[in-house]
Ligand binder design. Structure first.
Ligand code: ZN
Length: 262
């Protein structure tokens, strides 16, 4: 791998609970020696370690605090503080407002607050938040999921990746994804709700977002239980002219100029 080449590895993509062979949402985004765990859905800490140990992780980024995107922060906490992991410093953790308090609320089992800060150096995201992590630049935008939720753009010298998190179609996601090499976008819903607030993409929405953003490739993820991955990909592809693939667990997608045509 070229040092600057960006890569997306799918640790899991199931929702709202893990499948037998597919954890919930979680991804490893790597650029050279920089590794970021993007969403920590239940079951993703296991496969993460096929690629990087917790003591080699440069950061964790969490889109929102639904359990299928964040539950493995709890087990990672025990790994970092009470097992064989020895880190020189806490893991930088970027997440929505309230992340540290929510973790402490779950983990505290004495009158004292659990030392969340010993495991994670928490930074709360805001719309437009931008941070450099090693070889990668992470930009977060607030999106429409009914609770505080963010989408992510990752840029390296060799390419760009945008991840929707969970969201209804929204201008901030389309803006963030403008011209990206790969759009990793959810396709949760079989159909848009009639009465309730829309908080997810249908597969058609997913294709429309990729088309509007002029993404190079679309990777469909977070496919709900009422759809098969093949149905979701086919329906998204009907609205988007570029390549469309499914975020199968274990798959790795090289991203960027030197990955073109691969
Ligand atoms: Zn959600």
């Amino acid at each position: 791998m070229a040092p600057e080449l960006l890569a997306l590895t799918v640790l899991g993509s199931a929702t709202p609970y893990p499948a037998v062979d597919n954890p919930c949402s979680g991804y490893l985004v790597s650029g050279g020696d920089t590794h970021v765990w993007v969403d920590a859905g239940s079951g993703t800490l296991g496969p993460l370690q096929r690629h990087v140990r917790l003591d080699r992780l440069d950061a964790i980024w969490i889109s929102h605090l639904h359990a299928d995107h964040s539950a493995d922060l709890l087990t990672a906490y025990y790994g970092v503080l009470y097992a064989d992991i020895r880190r020189a410093a806490p893991i930088p953790l970027y997440g929505p407002p309230g992340t540290a308090d929510r973790l402490a609320g779950f983990l505290t089992n004495t009158p004292a607050r659990s030392p969340v800060e010993s495991a994670f150096a928490v930074t709360e995201l805001h719309d437009g938040h931008r941070v450099r992590v090693g070889a990668l630049t992470l930009t977060s935008r607030a999106v429409a999921h009914g609770i505080p939720a963010f989408a992510l753009r990752v840029e390296a010298a060799g390419g760009s990746l945008v991840y929707s998190g969970d969201t209804a179609p929204c201008p901030s996601l389309t803006e963030l994804a403008a011209g990206c090499d790969v759009l990793l976008c959810e396709a949760e819903s079989d159909r848009a709700p009639v009465d309730d607030e829309q908080v997810h993409h249908t597969p058609e929405d997913t294709g429309e977002t990729a088309r509007a953003a002029r993404a190079g490739r679309l990777v469909v993820t977070h496919v709900g239980r009422s759809l098969t991955p093949q149905q979701a990909v086919a329906r998204a592809a009907a609205r988007f002219d570029g390549p469309v693939e499914y975020a199968a667990p274990g798959a790795t997608f090289p991203i960027g100029r030197s990955a073109t045509g691969s």
